[in-house]
Ligand binder design. Structure first.
Ligand SMILES: *Cc1c(COP(=O)(O)O)cnc(C)c1O
Length: 217
């Protein structure tokens, strides 16, 4: 089941688009199956859950953090993650930078954009991304590599398109600024319901849970 799902998705994704398996609430064994089927990036929302899965799967895939990262979890997070996709404040960026400096490593990060402008969601508004990036681009132990967005949830994925378009336009604008040390390389958008639309609008990382593992209990 997991194997067929992964293979089908990998076959249909255009070249240059990377598949992330969004693994929240899955067992390490399920994650391992996805990896054995060809998944190269695992996305985790919770540090504790990620640690358990990491024990089983190990560093042969890339581990991306995609949840809301609390400051007191950063120390643990920088031990296992290869990228943190959800940076939305200078305070969080500084904590990641500090903890990475202690471990003598550099953490690739994405800026999370609240493209739906939903008050209850995390992320910075599209127009505030430049200010946040300017604030943190001199930090030595993080490396800004692009943007991530969730966008509002809709039944019809077409309804998500405007939010992906706005995020991509923000991405392109930031890229055109050519800020020092800032690489606008990854655009992480789209989940099970919306990833095809997201890819049409420029996503090069798609985060898929349900379509790989089945519905969550
Ligand atoms: C759960 C989750 C996904 C995947 O959701 P599905 O609808 O199961 O594909 C993607 N991104 C984030 C940030 C998530 O929390």
């Amino acid at each position: 089941m997991i194997e067929e799902n992964v293979k089908r998705i990998l076959e249909e994704l255009p070249p240059g688009v990377e598949l992330m398996a969004a693994a929240k609430a899955r067992t390490p064994e399920e994650i391992l199956q996805a990896v054995d089927s060809g998944v190269k990036i695992i996305g985790e929302n919770y540090v504790q859950e990620a640690l358990a899965a990491f024990q089983v799967v190990g560093p042969r895939v890339k581990w991306h953090f995609i949840g809301h990262l609390q400051k007191n979890k950063v120390k643990k997070a920088v031990e296992i993650f290869d990228m943190i996709e959800t940076v939305d404040s200078a305070e969080l960026a500084r904590e990641i930078d500090k903890r990475c400096a202690q471990r003598n490593r550099i953490m690739p990060i994405l800026i999370e954009i609240n493209s739906g402008r939903e008050p209850q969601k995390f992320g910075v508004l599209p127009e505030d991304a430049e200010e946040l990036i300017t604030d943190i681009l001199l930090l030595q132990n993080i490396k800004i590599q692009g943007l991530m967005t969730m966008g509002p949830m809709f039944g019809d994925p077409e309804d998500a398109r405007p939010y992906f378009i706005e995020t991509r336009k923000t991405f392109e604008k930031l890229r055109s600024l050519a800020l020092p040390g800032v690489e606008m390389k990854y655009l992480s958008m789209g989940m099970t319901n919306s990833y095809k639309v997201a890819v049409e609008e420029g996503a090069n990382i798609v985060r898929i849970g349900t379509k790989i593992f089945g519905s969550r209990q």
